[in-house]
Design a protein around this ligand. Structure first.
Ligand code: GLU
Length: 427
């Protein structure tokens, strides 16, 4: 007990990341065994193939030089170049980046994109940095990882606390280094620099489509359905809007500071107007509830769209929703997944539910490679057909093999990597 009390926030976070990483490995092992692959396949896929750690000196506005640590993990490139976001966060650590790169491989496998998974991160607090400092850090990171990335090697994208402005600086830096305009180096760019329609809302769109499909399976009408969303960042805020527009009643939302609840439905458009660029809104209201209370609210659909390890063995018995759709990465522990499965709650796992972002990133990269750009409708239609097909693939496999949706999703995702690695003669 004392030891726990004496742990710093960072130590606790590192333990959590290690848990995320090891639980990902446990499910991959399970999935490969169920598919009948030999032990070597697990040995190959349990860790990223490459992990680069870089130190980035940045001139700060006050004249000091600060050295930032960054990572880029490339999990498996048997299927194609690796792909995945870059996060800027004070609690980024190596195990988290590794786990996230494996998840990217799984996502790409599940939605059937010609990529493997990658992920990057920089330990920094963008909320405390000026625009100029962020630009110098972004450019420094690209210079530091430039040898292992590129449009046919590893294609970064936005993630936690990174956005289209940061992607623009990174694309510009890479293009200067290569002396070639290289829009296909990175996705999540603004439209004028070769971004795609629909990229900003893609993750939330993907989650929305998964909610629609899950609601059909459970016989729930979305009109009037009570929805609770944890997190009001990029995914959570757009999702609240889409759910509201679809006629659902969003009765609870939250941010890092607290949660808002109204059983008659919240005024989502007003909350979106009040929200700051880091997704904070609850500090402007009295009568808030806690994030833990939010998760246990009486509702039909619960969407954890914030951080990992939110639904655990401690609260899984108290969840009232009949559908959980994971928009965040790793919000539910393995013990909780087991409890929810026994309780017959339909859990749509992160690797499936949050794959809309990378799917539209793929569209962006294809458009960059072709130099030919698609309309908003075209993007929306292609995204819908991919997510509906992927959801039903995973759902049908979970039914036919009598496994939960998480294991079924891992089976679909891992199979493609395993097959590609085998054809290449690696295992
Ligand atoms: N960071 C997002 C994810 O975790 C998007 C990655 C991408 O677009 O490549 O899925």
């Amino acid at each position: 007990m004392e030891a726990t009390l004496n742990k710093t926030n960072n130590e606790v976070k590192q333990e959590e990341s290690l848990n995320l990483f090891t639980s990902t490995q446990i499910v991959i092992k399970d999935a490969l065994e169920k598919l009948g692959y030999a032990e070597e396949f697990y040995e190959l896929l349990k860790e990223p193939l490459r992990m680069l750690t870089v130190r980035i000196p940045v001139k700060m506005d006050d004249g000091r030089v600060e050295i930032f640590t960054g990572y880029r993990a490339q999990h498996n490139d048997a299927v194609g170049p690796t792909k995945g976001g870059i996060r800027f966060h004070p609690e980024v650590d190596e195990d988290e980046v590794k786990a996230l790169s494996i998840w990217m491989s799984l996502k790409c496998g599940i939605v059937d994109l010609p990529y493997g998974g990658g992920k990057g991160g920089i330990i920094c607090d963008p909320r405390q940095m000026s625009f100029g400092e962020l630009e110098r850090l972004s450019r420094g990171y690209v210079r530091a990882i430039s040898q292992i990335v590129g449009p046919t090697k590893d294609i970064p994208a936005p993630d936690v606390y990174t956005n289209s402005q940061i992607m623009s600086w990174m694309m510009d830096e890479y293009s200067r280094l290569r002396e070639n305009d290289s829009p296909g180096f990175i996705t999540g760019k603004p439209l004028v620099l070769g971004g795609s329609h629909g990229r900003e809302t893609a993750t939330a769109q993907g989650v929305t489509i998964c909610i629609e499909e899950a609601a059909k399976k459970k016989g729930i009408d979305l009109v009037g359905a009570r929805v609770v969303i944890q997190g009001f960042g990029n995914a959570g805020s757009f999702l609240a809007k889409f759910m509201h527009d679809a006629g659902a009643k969003v009765i609870g939302i939250s941010d890092a500071l607290g949660a808002l609840y109204n059983p008659d439905g919240l005024d989502i458009n007003y909350l979106l107007d009040c929200r700051d660029s880091f997704g904070t809104v609850t500090n402007q209201f009295e009568n808030t509830i806690t994030n833990q209370e939010l998760l246990e609210l009486e509702c039909d659909i619960l969407v954890p769209a914030a951080i990992s390890n939110q639904i655990t063995a401690t609260n899984a018995h108290n969840i009232k929703a009949s559908i959980i759709v994971e928009a965040a990465n790793g919000p539910t522990t393995l013990e909780a997944t087991k409890i929810l499965t026994e309780r017959e709650i339909l859990l749509v796992p992160d690797v499936l539910a949050s794959s809309g972002g990378v799917t539209v990133s793929y569209f962006e990269w294809v458009q960059n490679n072709q130099g030919y750009y698609w309309s908003e409708e075209e993007v929306a239609e292609k995204l819908r057909s991919i997510i509906v097909r992927s959801f039903n693939n995973v759902y049908d496999l979970s039914q036919s093999r009598d496994v939960n949706m998480r294991l079924a999703a891992y089976m679909v995702g891992a199979r493609k990597m395993a097959e590609a690695s085998h054809f290449r003669g690696w295992v």
